[in-house]
Design a protein around this ligand. Sequence first.
Ligand SMILES: [Zn+2]
Ligand SMILES: [Zn+2]
Length: 468
Amino acid sequence: MARRFGPEESRGLAGGSLVSAESLRYQKMADNLCAQGKPNEAAPFMLKAMEDKNNVDIFVTFAFVQQNYRKALEVLEDGKLIGESSLESKYGPDAFKDGGPLVGQFNEVMDTRPYMRLLQAMVRVAVECKNHRKAADTIIEMFRLNPMDPMQQHKWLPTLLCRIKRYPDTLYFCQVFLDIFVSRLSLSQLPPGGGTQFLPPRRELYTPQEQEKMASYESTISYGAALAAFRLSGDCEESRMYLRAAVKANPTVMLKILRRSERPRTLNASARSYNSPEDAHDYLWLSQDLWLEEDVWNWVHANSDAQQAVRKDCSRPRCRRGEHSPGEFKQCGGCHTILYCSPQCQKDDWKRHKPDCVFEQEAKAIRRAISKGQPIPASGSIPVFAADFSEEGVRGYDPAPIKMTPEQEREEAERRRKRKEKKKQMNKKKEERKKAKKREEKQKIEAARNDGSDLEDIQEQIADTSLE
Ligand SMILES: [Zn+2]
Ligand SMILES: [Zn+2]
């Protein structure tokens, strides 16, 4: 949950301005114990934090330590009621009504953030309970509260609507997003509910220019549209158009479908770029079985765009051999972005590929650090600029920071000291590992000198990354 970072935390306003300092303190203790894998010890602190009837975040924490998802959903339902009465007590009885003071601005107004987080958790838990109707309805409610979709729930809605067989609604929703992307629609013309007040979808094709543009749009939308169009009309120019855009935008999804790979067991928490393999992972976690249904799978398997998009060539420029079957070639184990037909090709191409490989790995490390709120790795050669626009987008907070009691200050100081100590020890271990590796390399080079093989060859082997 993102509440640990950003303006809420830096201003001591985790949970909006409505929650008492005492409740927040209990919540923090519970969070820390949960992070240490001690949910049972954390539970009493959660119950204490819940005594404040404005604390909504704590219900999310409490939900995720329940024994099963059904119970978690019950906890979230309770939290939802608490959140509603809390916001109504501050913003009046129209707080949740269309045209009221908050609807349209949820998540922008600080006090409403915990409520939106709770709904997001509810979607996740409802999906785990296979209650897809509930998950879809919750997302639709989130769109009503803020049509700009600050929690990025549009990535899930098409699949959920397909699961409850609302194919025309799926298609309409996806078209709203595609229309904006291809500039048919400006953001100011965004329909009510951000596309969740469903109308009959258009059934004609986008223009060739628009179709070309669609191929770089978010693949979850195009895959959703393709599935819905196929369910409505089978294999036709319309369903093929969406499928073409989808596989071009994210071929990894199609590759796993065609290979009938196992469905990912969990969501992927790591940082990602647009239409990345990580995006594919999460999409497949939610949607894969729908694509493996016999008629759908036969459709995509016979589709030449799908087949072509997932068939790769060897990345060594002077080889460029093509795959016979999708997924035949292996990825570079360093960057996971390019493929080789053989270890020999990888070795021969290493000198050329090395700078790209290093760059890609550095970029990944930076993305990971940013997403976790950690300091950006200093050693890299990629310049990083930081900008914090969050205050512009946040209204409704009380600028006075919460004062800590001397006891809390002592606790905080102790925590800081422990963190520092831990970091020191980790750095020490890292240094030792580095030294050991250097020693090993030196020995290898020595050994190579002794048996007369080419020194450069050996150094290259050391620098080389394995195929995965
Ligand atoms: Zn090759
Ligand atoms: Zn690489």
